[in-house]
Design a protein around this ligand. Structure first.
Ligand code: NAP
Length: 642
């Protein structure tokens, strides 16, 4: 498909229009109507209610939904009869009124961000509004981007738009990063596809609400093709080391290429290597002794025959949640080794296809696509009223390993009810699968019932007693030995080891990993003092833990900042910028204080959100709007220009 194609002319008759509208998400449809009519008064038909961002159709009654669909049908019929004239984007007052209706108090904060999202097809407000040639004619500036995954492609696209020369070094043979690596059965996204995509490349024909890995990977390929990014990528090339050359004020990158090792130079380096790219294999005694095939979920051995075999899966995180039900379909016996069970949140449509009428709406109803996207990301936008509110520690509650606040306790009750209802007749299983830590301390799984249904199958066993060792024949736990033919490690990633295994050397020969000492930090997750012109994407403290947003959005905000930094460099005529240590330190103190007051910072449960020093170096503890605001422009006073 071509991204950014204009909406099609409306020609459907009234009956067809009404039929298509049944596929609309009703609050998004009403916001679209307010926009098309320019009349926020229509929103008064429906009152915002607590928690509505989490419910299908905002929890509106069938009668309210029908009322909105009827109104939309009339408005769209008028639009059709007028010849489908172009509709301008909403002005700030209309945006403000709609945001207030959807988000409630504090909505004004989100309006500038929203103005970048509610735009006509093909518009791209986050594109740099300048080119290198305009701001610094004749200047030579070359950027090296490491990684052609989601963030690397984005950085390359924006730099190209600004006419800045860039080369992407990618160790794999294709684009996609972690979505290229992860090919385990059942692999798919757990953030809605209409949100888990670039703002400038909305896709209207996602086959599923939460698309499979293959479809998402194809999306990355399509984006790379449409925006000419393949020409900028050098595949099969791994950056082994990056060294800041003080006298030359340039980076020297040491590369392993198919033709040997070489060194290249660049003025700036963008690390787009992600947090979830290096598999973590558990340090369990005897791991190397297992006699059968044994592999990590992100290094799936497609040649391993699981049919009728005794398969063991270690881990019950997001990867296990997706692959266990698929493995159960073919394995003769399946043993799932669980340390801490995941919380499951109801998402009945998790595996459902997008109905054809929903696609029709994206393609024909002006602005329905961005308003729907806004509704999908709304739970993550503000600190209050959305997902984050449920994770915030209330010291007066007081917080415990049961719940960190009254809101968190309410979530526990809701999710416990959801899980209990699925295994009401299996109390032993329920006792095993109900977590003993606060909701949000670990990533919550989207659930349509498939997990517990799988665990109840007669050939599937959930083992909760601790693993003692791995033997040639299987896994020994405290309660006994489990004979296995195949062993799958769904044990996650070395998320704390940012930028590893690269060696990165900054000013005065400082080693980045020695500087971090296992506790990575960066200013805005992007810049590190002493490492000039090094920009990290999805760097320290930029992970969303279920705030409801999308990491695509965070990378877009980070890339806006990156481009502003490059512009500042070009305009200033200076060679480099280096974040001030005091700015970096004060920022990290603030982030740490935020994380300490979140479910994951309070709880002692093990999770990849906490590093070996016991600090949360992964998660962003605040709202998406807060990150957008802070990354919207670089403040030169916060940097030393070299
Ligand atoms: P994970 O969430 O870190 O889960 C690892 C699992 O392995 C946990 O259950 C952990 O137990 C267990 N484990 C680790 N070491 C162990 C040991 N020594 N003994 C026994 N069990 C051990 O990893 P993941 O499932 O690969 O997911 C990582 C992240 O990737 C997710 O949180 C998500 O952000 C992303 N992801 C996303 C999707 C998607 O749908 N979009 C899919 C997959 C992954 P404990 O819980 O006790 O630590």
């Amino acid at each position: 498909m071509t991204f950014g194609a204009p909406v099609r002319r409306l020609v459907a008759d009234d009956a067809a229009l009404r039929a298509h509208l049944h596929a609309a998400e009703v609050p998004a449809l009403l916001m679209t109507v307010a926009h098309l009519t320019g009349d926020p008064a229509v929103l008064a038909r429906v009152e915002r209610r607590n928690g509505w961002l989490f419910q299908p159709h905002g929890g509106l009654s069938e009668a309210q939904q029908e009322d909105v669909r009827g109104l939309a049908a009339a408005v769209l019929a008028r639009h059709r009869d007028a010849g489908s004239p172009p509709v301008p984007p909403p002005g700030p007052r209309l945006l403000g009124a709609i945001a207030e209706w959807a988000l409630g108090p504090g909505a004004a904060e989100a309006v500038p961000l929203l103005a970048e999202e509610i735009v006509p097809p093909g518009a791209d407000p986050r594109a740099p509004g300048w080119t290198a040639e305009q701001v610094a004619p004749g200047a030579e500036l070359e950027v090296a981007v490491i990684g052609a995954g989601m963030s690397g492609l984005l950085a390359a696209h924006r730099l190209t738009q600004a006419g800045v020369r860039c080369t992407v070094y990618e160790k794999n043979a294709d684009v996609g990063g972690t979505w290229l690596d992860n090919r385990y059965p059942g692999c798919r996204v757990d953030v809605a596809s209409h949100l888990y995509s670039y703002s400038f490349a909305p896709k209207h024909d996602w086959p599923d609400h939460f698309c499979t890995r293959d479809v998402l990977h194809e999306y990355f390929r399509d984006v790379a093709k449409q925006y000419g990014l393949y020409d900028r990528i050098v595949f099969g090339t791994e950056v082994l080391a990056a060294r800041w050359d003080d006298p030359a004020a340039r980076w020297r990158l040491h590369l392993r290429t198919p033709h040997g090792e070489v060194t290249v130079a660049a003025n700036a380096v963008v690390s787009a290597v992600g947090q979830l790219s290096r598999p973590s294999l558990p340090d369990i005694p005897g791991r190397e002794t297992f006699a059968g095939p044994a592999f990590h979920s992100a290094r799936w051995d497609a040649g391993a025959d699981l049919a009728g075999k005794r398969v063991g899966v270690i881990g019950t995180g997001s990867s296990a949640y997706q692959l266990v039900p698929e493995v159960a379909k073919v394995a003769g016996e399946l043993v799932v080794f669980q340390r801490n069970p995941p919380w499951l949140r109801p998402t009945p449509h998790y595996h459902d296809p997008v109905p054809p009428s929903a696609r029709w709406l994206y393609e024909h109803v002006p602005y329905y696509s961005p308003w729907h996207r806004f509704w999908l990301c709304a739970p993550g936008l503000l600190e209050r009223g959305g997902v984050l509110e449920g994770w915030i520690v209330d010291r007066g509650h007081p917080p415990t390993e049961r719940a960190v606040s009254a809101a968190n306790e309410r979530l526990r009750v809701t999710l416990t009810d959801w899980m209990s209802a699925q295994v009401a007749d299996a109390p032993d299983l329920l006792a095993q699968v109900l977590p003993r830590y606060p909701v949000g301390a670990k990533r919550v799984m989207r659930d349509n019932g498939v997990w517990l249904r799988t665990l109840r199958q007669p050939h599937v066993r959930l083992v909760g007693d601790p693993i003692r060792r791995i033997t040639p024949a299987g896994v020994e736990t405290a309660a006994g030995h489990h004979d296995l033919d195949v062993l799958v490690y769904a044990t996650g990633f070395q998320a704390s080891r940012f930028l590893a295994p690269m060696t990165v050397t900054g000013r005065g020969g400082a080693d980045l990993h020695a500087t971090w000492d296992g506790d990575a930090r960066a200013y805005l997750g992007i810049t590190v003092p002493g490492f000039p012109n090094l920009f990290c994407l999805y760097g320290p403290n930029t992970n969303l833990s279920g705030q409801g947003g999308s990491i695509f959005a965070f990378s877009e905000y980070g890339v806006t900042y990156l481009l502003d930094a490059i512009r500042r460099l070009l305009e200033s005529g200076r060679k480099a910028l280096d974040v001030r240590p005091d700015v970096h330190d004060a920022y990290n103190t603030w982030v740490d204080a935020g994380n300490a007051e979140r479910a994951w910072g309070f709880s002692s449960v093990s999770s990849w959100f906490v590093n070996e020093k016991g600090r949360t170096a992964q998660n962003w503890p605040f709202s998406a709007v807060e990150y957008w605001r802070r990354t919207h422009a670089l403040d030169p006073a916060e940097y030393e220009f070299l």
